[in-house]
Design a protein around this ligand. Structure first.
Ligand code: NAI
Ligand code: HPV
Length: 530
């Protein structure tokens, strides 16, 4: 049974998939402090949050069983991603489900600031009939500057055109071609500062976007501009904005998000007549909350059940068609890595993975991680290593990872070869997926073999001499070790050879010692593959 903690208000309907799953038990505990979370997180396999819960390194360290953190929404700035990656905790989000809702909130805010709706409402319900103070402006024929033309920014741009606005878009990834397709003018931040009557920001908060509009920009900004922020507090310098409004440079602002949430009671925005605010409501519609909760619940289930999943925030993205090609190789890849790690002596310096055949043309990043995780799990423990932290751990330990692609496949449609270089030796284990037979180890060092990578495997190196198979069989028999399968590999008659035995149970160190002491036998190692 997997235990999931929901620590922010998340749509019940959206998480019904989890509620109904027989292998999941859910606890909902919202509004917990960091200390309270630290005290209970050790019981949970997954944590589901929105933006309120700050998922700190302390919480993750206490979450000994924590495998996945699900963010029902876009921004993951409330989650310490580095700490999650280090600990191998997968972080997923639901980036698509609240795009339209947040775009619509941006328009609600833009129109509200253009027509002074909140201020007029307050006066009217207070008993005043003031029609003079609230003369607004039209959106039509105005220039809208959109900083950040991602999911939400693009939707805002598209709708702004319906209002008759001219849209200037700035985004480091906005090409001339895409801008043209969207009917948007590709612009620089400077163009937008100089020309826009309304500016709306839709970027994440990063060191680069922090105070993207600050003192310097306000000094040059078009007089009378109105500014909307439904993305993240801090993209616009709050203090500089207040000064620019007070100086008459900026006509008004509408903010859904704050540098610190909730803002302190004496935050200047809360009492400013020209600034309207909402309490981070951008994603708060019934539809968006259902969408994001469904998306994140689906992914969470896959991850907890050990099924392949598409995207994680702390892993490189992989396209569905690429995933379909790679997925069958995940288990083979980690077993090859594990096999190689178990036979190689000495600390690993380099993991070299060669993909031959059709895999040579596929983006194998995800598969690389499975191989590397397989190698490292042998040394660091399978509970410590997974596909999220494998590359990070390798780098931290100065283990070089080399990926080689080759179209020569030695007769197999695809072959994955893992070579480990330690400070003592170099070992190679290669394998393939055989149609109808599943994964197979096809080569160990220079010897071709055909071995199912499963269970307990004995790898014996010996001289190719008559009688050796009998001696090994007899010794194992007298020690009550049943041989299920046997393969011998040699390059030349009478030369060096290997024997690969599938055995029904683990072989103890003393038995391995006895095997090694047999005449013409050089080494015996047990490899466990699960
Ligand atoms: N108020 C709310 O409740 C909500 C807020 N958000 C926030 O809205 C923002 C946008 O969300 P999405 O559109 O879904 O994200 P997105 O990732 O689709 O778009 C962000 C865009 O910002 C661009 N960008 C990055 N650095 C930039 C820079 N220095 N200058 C200009 N553009 C830059 C990126 O290239 C990307 O195209 C995020 O910060 C997200 O957390 C999202 C949903 C709800
Ligand atoms: O999805 C986002 O980035 C948001 O900011 C929405 O936050 P929320 O889920 O409403 O706390």
């Amino acid at each position: 049974m997997f235990k999931v903690l929901v620590s922010d208000p998340i749509s019940d309907l959206g998480i019904s998939l989890l509620v109904e799953a027989s292998d999941i038990s859910i606890d909902k505990k919202t509004g917990l402090s960091e200390d309270e979370l630290v005290a209970i997180i050790g019981n949970y396999d997954a944590l589901l949050v929105r933006s309120q819960t700050r998922v700190t390194e302390r919480i993750m360290n206490a979450g000994k069983q924590l495998k996945v953190i699900g963010r029902a929404g876009v921004g993951v700035d409330n989650i310490d991603l580095d700490a999650a990656t280090k600990r191998g905790i997968i972080v997923i989000n639901a980036p698509d489900g609240n795009t339209i809702t947040t775009c619509e909130h941006t328009f609600a805010m833009m129109m509200a600031v253009a027509r002074h709706i909140p201020q007029a409402y307050l006066k009217t319900v207070g008993g005043e009939w003031d029609r003079k103070s609230f003369v607004g402006v039209e959106l039509r024929n105005k220039v809208l500057g959109v900083l950040g033309m991602g999911r939400i920014g693009s939707e805002v741009g598209a709708r702004a055109k319906a209002f008759g606005m001219e849209v200037l878009g700035y985004d480091p990834f906005l090409t001339e071609e895409r801008a043209e397709k969207m009917g948007v003018r590709k612009a620089s931040v400077e163009d937008i500062i100089a020309e826009a009557d309304f500016i709306t920001v839709h970027t994440p908060l990063t060191p680069e976007t922090r105070h993207m509009i600050g003192k310097e920009q306000f000094a040059k900004i078009k007089k009378g501009v109105r500014i909307v922020n439904c993305a993240r507090g801090g993209i616009i310098d709050e203090q500089a904005l207040v000064e620019a409004i007070n100086a008459g440079q900026v006509a008004g602002a509408a903010f859904d998000v704050f540098e610190e949430e909730p803002p302190a009671p004496d935050h200047p925005f809360l009492s400013h007549p020209k600034i309207i605010v909402t309490p981070h409501l951008g994603a708060s519609t019934i539809e968006a909350q259902e969408n994001v909760a469904i998306d994140v619940s689906e992914q969470l289930l896959h991850i907890l059940r050990g099924e392949p999943f598409k995207n994680a925030v702390n892993m490189p993205p992989v396209a569905a068609d690429v995933l379909a090609k790679l997925e069958p190789y995940f288990s083979l890849g980690s077993k090859l890595g594990s096999f190689a790690a178990q036979i190689a002596e000495g600390p690993v310096k380099e993991i070299s993975v060669t993909y031959a055949g059709e895999l040579a043309d596929v983006d194998t990043q995800q598969l690389n991680r499975h191989v590397v995780a397989g190698v490292l799990a042998h040394h660091l423990g399978s509970d410590q290593v997974n596909v999220v932290n494998a590359m990070h751990l390798a780098k931290n330990r100065d283990v070089n990872v080399v990926i080689v692609k080759s179209h020569a496949s030695k007769g197999f449609t695809n072959q994955v070869s893992v070579t480990l270089r330690t400070d003592k030796e170099e070992r190679l284990v290669a394998g393939t997926l055989l149609n109808g037979f599943g994964p197979r180890i096809t080569q160990i060092d220079k010897f071709p073999v055909d071995v199912e990578p499963q269970g307990h495997v004995l790898l014996i190196s010996h001289d190719d001499k008559p009688g050796i198979i009998g001696r090994v069989g007899t010794l194992l028999g007298t020690r009550d070790v049943n041989i299920a399968t046997m393969q011998v590999g040699r390059k030349i008659v009478g030369g060096a050879a290997i024997m690969v035995l599938g055995v029904d149970k683990g072989v103890t160190k003393p038995i391995l010692g006895e095997l090694t002491a047999l005449p013409d036998l050089h080494n015996a190692k047990e490899v466990q593959l699960y």
